[in-house]
Structure formats: C-alpha cells, structure tokens
Design a protein. Structure first.
Length: 135
C-alpha cells in the first residue's frame, strides 16, 4: 500500500466529483460507513463536511481515523481508497465549505441552510488504488 504522495492518476480520480464512502469508528469500535461528498484540495488533503446532528461527527471527535473510498463514476472497478486522520472538526461558518462541495457535485450552493455544519480535512497517510489507479 503506497504512502503519500498520490500518483497523478490517483489525484486525477480524486479531483472529480465521484461517488465516495467514508468509514469512521463508533465508540464500541465497530466500523460505520456512509456515502459522502469530498473535495481534494491543492495540498492533497481531502475536505469533508459533516452535519452537526449526525453521529459520524462524534466518531471523528473521539477517534480521527478515517478511510475514504472513491469510485470512478464511469468505472467502479477503478477506485482509490485513502486512509488517514482528520483535523479537528470546526464550524463551517457561513456554510462556505458545504457550498464548495455542493457546487463541485451539483453546480449549485447547498440548499439546506438551517442545520449546523462542520468541516474537517483528511490528511492522507496511506492510499491504494485499483483499476486505472493501481500503483
């Protein structure tokens, strides 16, 4: 399993608004996975944004380890999985980050404006790819 840095093929896949699944750890140690939006930043960190009412925010506050699997939208055999730790979640003031994610995926700002949101960056420690991104 390669450590950082990401290859150009992995970076290219992660730069697109592809389907993704994020896994966190619950208090009892069981893995919990959920579909999510993500955004690859220029420094290869991955922006994640969380609804303040969801359990995964508490999972990350307790244990920052995360796995994110991104599937190529046109070829699910091709995927990249990144593992690492998230930065401390911070309030998404003005919903700036969720709007960036929503615009990346839908072309429009996020429509739900009445729920608290939190942002965290996944710092990639390891990754692996399959299909066109296999390293």
């Amino acid at each position: 399993m390669p450590r950082t840095p990401l290859t150009p093929a992995a970076r290219e896949l992660l730069a697109r608004p592809n389907p993704a699944v994020m896994a966190t750890l619950a208090a009892d140690g069981r893995p919990v996975s959920v579909a999510t939006w993500y955004l690859l930043e220029d420094d290869d960190r991955v922006l994640l944004n969380l609804d303040g009412t969801r359990a995964r925010l508490e999972h990350l506050r307790r244990d920052p380890r995360v796995s994110l699997t991104v599937l190529a939208g046109d070829d699910w055999y091709t995927h990249v999985s990144v593992q690492g730790r998230v930065t401390v979640p911070v309030p998404d003031e003005g919903l700036v980050d969720i709007d960036r994610l929503s615009t990346h995926y839908t072309g429009s700002p996020y429509p739900v404006r009445d729920s608290p949101r939190f942002s965290a960056h996944l710092v990639v420690e390891r990754w692996h790819g399959w299909g066109a991104t296999k390293a």
